[in-house]
Design a protein around this ligand. Structure first.
Ligand code: ZN
Length: 371
């Protein structure tokens, strides 16, 4: 009986495929044909994706921008991307199709996407450390992305959308909030009452770090070159704010706030420009956690400070499935609403991307894809 059912499903799959080819339904998507500047990004009509047996098709209602989009668009040594390529990693939407082996998800479900892709089989996947997978990838980097009316994704990468969030708010969560969660909770093992320094408040991950650190009972110091961003950071809970452009001595100022001891955790998304400051303001036995290199990938390290002060340096990339699950649970339990800079129409994607590239944003930049 089971074999008959399977055969029926297979035949149905073949018919669906042929029907799909015949119909070749079109959708709008933001694609690049080559690496380069913003001018490489074009919104085009292309064929809708076809789900394989383990995939679902999402009707993407909202997507959100990440720095990763810029890296993918510009290209990086070693990064091989099949062109034309659809950008975008974050999405919230509705399941409109499901492959024959999909279970636990129904057509019509409102979901958010975990954009991390792992093999499920290697040593690190077995350990539950999916973002350390030997072939770790990201939707929008290693497979077509979410800046499209439809996207096909593995069914185990979608989770129910928190019901108190609308699609725009939900789309702001996945990449940034799981990255910040892993940095603070899994890597730096933040405890209530500790002091966290977050450089350059305004970016998605930095703001997620601020919100999650406050949720966990930390004292948070943030820096920025914009007084406006600092005042908005205070509104969402920052305990101390410092304008690093106008302050006489950033290190001294942080030492004063912490009564000379330094901070427990430095939360760094910037890289080279802040690296030496990190070592000067972390307390003895403290932790420096890094998830990005927007200001450069190479920096000198004072090894004497590293060993004498018994510091821990922690690298962090996105999150494991468990990080994603915990983050969603914690965010929903607190009814935390992600900080959104702006909600943009899909056709205004160039303005939205420019804003991110120039670092003008305060929170996630969201794209409204379909209604
Ligand atoms: Zn793996």
């Amino acid at each position: 009986m089971k074999r008959v059912q399977q055969m029926a499903r297979d035949i149905e799959g073949v018919f669906k495929f042929i029907f799909h080819l015949k119909e070749s339904r079109q959708m709008k998507a933001a694609v690049i044909d080559k690496h380069g500047g913003l001018e490489c990004v074009r919104i085009e009509n292309i064929a809708e994706p076809i789900a394989n047996e383990n995939e679902v098709i999402l009707d993407v209602r909202s997507a959100a921008l990440n720095h990763l989009d810029i890296w993918v668009r510009k290209g990086r040594p070693g990064l091989k991307i099949e062109m034309p390529h659809i950008l975008g990693s974050d999405a919230a939407g509705v399941v409109v199709e499901a492959g024959s082996k999909v279970h636990g998800i129904s057509i019509g479900d409102e979901v958010i996407l975990n954009p991390g892709l792992s093999c499920g089989y290697c040593e690190n996947c077995y350990r539950g450390q999916q973002s350390q997978c030997a072939s770790f990838g990201v939707v929008g980097m290693t497979r077509p992305g979410t800046f499209a009316e439809k996207v096909a994704v593995p069914f185990y990468n979608v989770r129910p959308k928190p019901s108190y969030l609308d699609f725009d708010q939900a789309a702001a969560l996945p990449l940034a909030y799981q990255t910040a969660w892993r940095m603070l909770m899994s890597r730096a093992k933040l405890k209530a009452g500790e002091t966290v320094l977050i450089h350059g408040i305004g970016g998605g991950v930095a703001l997620a770090g601020l919100q999650l650190a406050k949720l966990a009972g930390a004292e948070v110091i943030v820096t920025s070159s914009s007084d406006d961003k600092l005042s908005r950071a205070r509104e969402i809970g920052a305990d101390y704010t410092i304008n690093y452009k106008t302050v006489d001595n950033l290190v001294q100022s942080i030492k004063e706030i912490t009564h000379g001891r330094g901070v427990d955790i430095v939360f760094d998304t910037a890289g080279a420009e802040t690296w030496n400051i990190d070592f000067a303001i972390v307390r003895r036995g403290g932790r420096i956690v890094l998830c990005g290199t927007t200001t450069g990938a190479e920096a000198r390290t004072n090894l004497q400070l590293l060993y004498w002060n018994q510091l821990t340096i922690l690298g962090s990339t996105m999150g494991s499935n468990e990080d994603f699950r915990q983050m969603l649970k914690a965010v929903a339990a607190a009814k935390l609403v992600p900080v959104i800079d702006s909600i943009n129409l899909f056709e205004n994607i160039h303005d939205a991307m420019r804003k991110m590239e120039e670092g003008e944003q305060f929170g996630k930049i969201v794209l409204k894809i379909s209604k």
